[in-house]
Design a protein around this ligand. Sequence first.
Ligand SMILES: [Fe+2]
Length: 186
Amino acid sequence: MEKLSDFISGIIEGRDPDLYGHHQRIGKIAMLFAQHIGCSAEDSELLAIGARIHDIGKLSINEHILNKPTQLTATEFSLIRQHTEIGERLLAPLKLDVRIAEIVRFHHENYDGSGYPQGLAGEEIPFLSRVVRVLDSLDALTSNRPYHPRVSCDEALCVMQRDSHVYDPFLLESCCEMMNKHLIEV
Ligand SMILES: [Fe+2]
């Protein structure tokens, strides 16, 4: 399973160079975080795999849109939003654990119900998907992207606390705690 997730994340990063290293980093942080919040060994493994392949649906999105350095139009944004459902469909033939499929489908759902694809809220969003929502934001903010330069880990956590309504409050708090405790720089 680990080789499969290495393979998939290599392909995603090959198409979208701005994501280089993103999947390895988020996989590592996911393992640490799982330990920090006391996940079972099984959930930790599923989380690490799901965290690394959560953006697989981006393989089906036009690369000019994915790598566009300027603001996306509403149409382009709605195409990018489809990567969650496309990813779930791409993985379906592999019949992976349902919790991995849920990470892929629901990693952009927001705790306050403002996310996509379904607008689920609170605990309607599967637990591991809520975890990836937090870790994905942390990693995105601390990485250079075409539309924003990276910020420090402390700044990223401040930004996330300002937008706290989109994250599971327990998970956001636990993430801040872990980053402070281990003084991790992502
Ligand atoms: Fe995504």
